[in-house]
Write a protein that binds this ligand. Structure first.
Ligand SMILES: [Zn+2]
Length: 56
């Protein structure tokens, strides 16, 4: 399964992880702006990166 995660490099914390099946880049960008704007306002570097979950 493929996910995208919102990651703050200043806090070194994953703010959220979203399945690309249900969330496209635009939607995650919206979540970033509405839900995690605090980090952005503080000048933190918040990135959206791909995350691939390994299945055994
Ligand atoms: Zn932060």
């Amino acid at each position: 399964m493929k996910f995208r995660e919102i990651y703050c490099s200043n806090c070194k914390k994953i703010l959220g992880r979203y399945n690309t099946k249900y969330y496209d880049y635009e939607k995650i960008n919206e979540i970033l702006k509405s839900g995690h704007s605090l980090h952005v306002r503080k000048g933190h570097q918040v990135i959206i990166r791909d995350f691939i979950k390994k299945q055994n």
